[in-house]
Design a protein around this ligand. Structure first.
Ligand SMILES: *Cc1c(COP(=O)(O)O)cnc(C)c1O
Length: 816
């Protein structure tokens, strides 16, 4: 493939012109935001030709397309990634240097597209990058939230949520496509009638509707001219209503429709792995699903006349249960609009839809109250009722007189619509996201479904894109890797194993660790600028960045920091390798215990960082507003990757993979993809601790364990716990952290995440880390092997597996 021939002089001319025509300014008068916009529009011009050519090629080949249905796409910034994938990053950098601008500073002008919470949304973004880079036809389908994930400020140690006005300065890469707008209907009732040919018809009446308008964002493949589309939908009122034309009733309706349109895409729900049951959330789900399915069917109908063969060209992958109404919406369109019978429509639908499960946590399971659901989506509800009726009959046939099976598997039960059950019944594939997770689904959570339909179940271990998280995020290491083994790893990550042999080479180890140090200096600078804390780049950078969640156990980490601090205070001369504990995490706005944990981390940080007596041996930093753009800098600088979830709770994790790729050692439990990471890198190159998933599940079946036994018998743990409530970290209010103390010792199910149970094992693991780090050569070898053996964890591998087992797509080649 020929590299994109970048004409630097022409690029400079285009940027200068863009600044002139957009802002009536010469380039030396422009501010950085204006230069960012000009550069982005110039880059977009390169993208457009490829985008058009790609779609011409899709049409020509009549290629099957996957529609990746997701409430969340955590894209981060686009400019840097687009330049990387167009292979013009270095060219643009030089061009901007010559114009007197620093590309890094220009990139910093772009707000993150934070249309997601955490891992699930970032997975969707990595998948799009891989789909394009591998040349598979795909649409990402989602919502154009007016406000994405809130920006986090830390004020007096507390999280404060600031609205994320990411579209304020305009989004240079998006294209509004009003010509593809569709109507989405809510509420009203269903009228049915039989026509002269004895066909039943169903018509939704007295509904409210909104106009769904798509905005398309390009998803640029790496060096292959392929550009797929992320299509995100905005809602507009159906008609700018004219007062004269409406009587009073219509006036009400028109105002309501206008408000519905205003509200629907307003904001992303900031709940990660948690179901809140809000009506507006269900509206969001149906809104983007209906719009996306309508547009997929319309696109198919343009070039095909037999809707009964839709599944040959179209596949909907449901990213968790959030888009599960896809199955009922497709049934509705096929029957009510295309005239198919139930059996015909069901045959097509169950060959089009596939479901990915992301969690086994009970509080994440979506269950909508039937009355709410039926009122909002009357026709969709009817269809689900019929799916349920037929499925329950099947269960009864297979398991006569077994009420328990029905209680567990029915879609409608106990006054609720169970979305996971609907997705499993109607989908032709059900996948977990790591080997251990899929095993738990089959043996525990979804056991009954697995026994009834084992052929649907399969595993797809998550992955990450090396293009963003190494090539863009860690340019020093990326260049070094390419220097050693060539650039094949960029599109074929397993090739990075070519580095294995350099782990035994002293000079290479030195170079590798020198790059790590420079990345630590880069992060230290970021921390100084954003937190005003000085950290020592020669200390161990021990990092836990991810959503704040009890099961992820940031509390275990900070309790251990308190324990270490006690040790150092008691024994100031003890031999100790300086450590910097780095945290970054957003808590859902309404998740009180998670927010209190953030306050605790910041309070501990205040005390420790200001204690001169420990000579800077220990530092604690909470990085404000963790998001994709600063994540790239953080992963590159990490020595230790904290992956300490309660075993069985983290379905996969993807942060763990980004750390590994960037040469950090995993300190973790045998949970999610950690299991597979350890298998790839070798036990000797990671540090594992704590209960196994089986042990946790066994305890849970017996109602937990008694943490007071540990509290009473272990003096050091008792001291740490007492410090939560004796004012050590909250002198003004000794009761401030009482809730955390109670959760660990006295709650209904005390210490439900096994923090005290795993504490000693974790402390020992931390000692092992320190010992390993002291052996400089051994450490360098281990972390190099982490990078070298990360090949499995590319999202390119994950996507190839989805294609092979579920989607059955074919690659396209795009020539310009
Ligand atoms: C990768 C990533 C996540 C997921 O991290 P986990 O440790 O797997 O929970 C969350 N947020 C951002 C910004 C990420 O880049």
């Amino acid at each position: 493939m020929s590299e994109f021939e970048f004409d630097k002089e022409e690029f400079k001319k285009n940027v200068v012109n863009a600044v002139k025509s957009r802002y009536r300014k010469t380039i030396d008068e422009a501010d950085k935001q204006q230069v960012f916009q000009a550069v982005a529009y110039t880059v977009k011009d390169y993208i457009i030709d490829r985008w058009i050519a790609t779609h011409k090629e899709f049409e020509k080949q009549d290629a099957k397309t996957v529609y990746y249905m997701s409430m969340e796409f955590l894209m981060g910034r686009a400019l840097g990634n687009n330049m990387i994938n167009l292979t013009c990053y270095k060219g643009v950098k030089e061009a901007l240097d010559e114009l007197g601008f620093d590309l890094n500073a220009i990139e910093d002008e772009e707000p993150d597209a934070a249309l997601g919470n955490g891992g699930l949304g970032r997975l969707a973004a990595c998948f799009l990058d891989s789909l394009s880079s591998l040349g598979y036809p795909a649409y990402g389908c989602g919502i154009r939230y007016r406000y994405g994930m809130f920006a986090q400020k830390i004020v007096d140690g507390y999280q404060k949520e600031i609205p994320d006005d990411w579209l304020r300065d305009g989004n240079p890469f998006e294209i509004k496509r009003p010509e593809y707008a569709v109507t989405v209907k809510f509420g009203g009732y269903v009228r049915s009638y039989t026509d002269a040919d004895y066909h039943e018809h169903y018509v939704q009446e007295a509904y409210q509707s909104v106009r769904a308008v798509p905005y398309d964002l390009p998803v640029v493949g790496y060096n292959n001219n392929v550009v797929n589309t992320l299509r995100i939908w905005d809602a507009e009122p159906i008609q700018q209503f004219n007062l004269d034309e409406f009587d009073k009733g219509d006036y009400q309706k028109a105002v309501e429709q206008e408000n519905l349109a205003k509200n629907i895409c307003e904001v992303l729900y900031p709940c990660d792995d948690h179901y809140a049951g809000k009506e507006l959330r269900l509206k969001q789900q149906y809104f983007f699903v209906s719009a996306s399915v309508q547009s997929a069917v319309a696109k198919y109908k343009k070039n095909h006349d037999d809707i009964r063969k839709l599944h040959e060209k179209v596949c909907f992958q449901l990213n968790d249960t959030h888009p599960t109404v896809t199955v009922a919406e497709l049934m509705r369109i096929l029957m009510d609009e295309k005239g198919l019978s139930w059996d015909e429509a069901w045959g097509v639908t169950t060959k089009c839809c596939a479901y990915t499960n992301h969690t086994i946590m009970a509080e994440a399971l979506e269950k909508w109250p039937i009355d709410l659901f039926q009122k909002l989506l009357p026709r969709i509800y009817q269809i689900i009722e019929e799916i349920n009726r037929r499925f329950v009959n099947e269960v009864k046939r297979m398991y006569p007189d077994n009420q328990e099976k029905i209680a567990k598997m029915a879609i409608l039960y106990d006054g609720q619509v169970k979305m996971a059950n609907l997705a499993i019944v109607a989908g032709y594939s059900v996948n977990g996201v790591a080997a251990l997770h899929t095993e738990i689904l089959e043996k525990q959570e979804l056991k009954d479904f697995y026994e009834m339909m084992p052929e649907k179940f399969n595993n797809k271990t998550n992955g990450i894109t090396q293009r963003r998280f190494l090539l863009h995020g860690n340019p020093l290491l990326a260049d070094w890797v390419t220097d050693k083994i060539g650039d094949g790893w960029i599109t074929d990550l397993p090739k990075i194993s070519g580095l294995v042999k350099y782990a035994d080479d002293e000079k290479s180890r030195k170079e590798f660790m020198q790059i790590k140090r420079e990345n630590k200096v880069r992060l230290a600078k970021y921390i100084k600028e954003h937190n005003d804390v000085e950290v020592n780049p020669d200390s161990i950078f021990d990092v836990q960045v991810k959503r704040l969640h009890e099961y992820k156990r940031q509390l275990l980490n900070i309790l251990h920091v308190m324990y270490l601090y006690n040790k150092i205070k008691a024994n100031p001369d003890m031999d100790f390798t300086p450590r910097t504990f780095i945290f970054g995490a957003k808590a859902a706005a309404g998740y009180r215990r998670a927010k209190l944990t953030i306050k605790l981390i910041n309070s501990v940080s205040d005390v420790i960082n200001n204690d001169k007596s420990i000579n800077g041996k220990l530092k604690v930093v909470f990085i404000e507003n963790y998001r994709v753009s600063n994540a790239e800098i953080i992963f590159a600088a990490a020595d230790v990757s904290e992956q300490i979830s309660t075993a069985s709770k983290e379905a996969s994790g993807t942060g763990n993979m980004k750390f590994m790729l960037n040469g950090a050692m995993t300190l973790g439990t045998m949970d999610g993809a950690n299991v597979e990471i350890v298998k790839e890198v070798g036990e000797e190159n990671a540090v594992i601790f704590g209960l196994s998933a089986d042990e946790v599940i066994e305890y849970e079946l017996n109602g937990g364990y008694n943490p007071l036994d540990i509290y009473n018998s272990d003096e050091e743990i008792r001291r740490v716990l007492n410090q939560l409530v004796d004012g050590t970290y909250s002198p003004a209010d000794h009761e401030l952290f009482r809730d955390l103390y109670n959760a660990l010792l006295y709650d209904g199910v005390a210490d439900r995440y096994f923090i005290l149970k795993d504490f000693r094992s974790y402390a020992e693991a931390q000692e092992k880390i320190e010992a390993k780090y002291r052996d400089k050569d051994g450490w360098a070898k281990s972390v190099m092997l982490n990078t070298a053996r990360s090949g499995k964890f590319s999202s390119d591998r994950t996507i190839e597996e989805y294609v092979r087992d579920i989607w059955h797509l074919e690659k396209v080649k795009v020539e310009l």
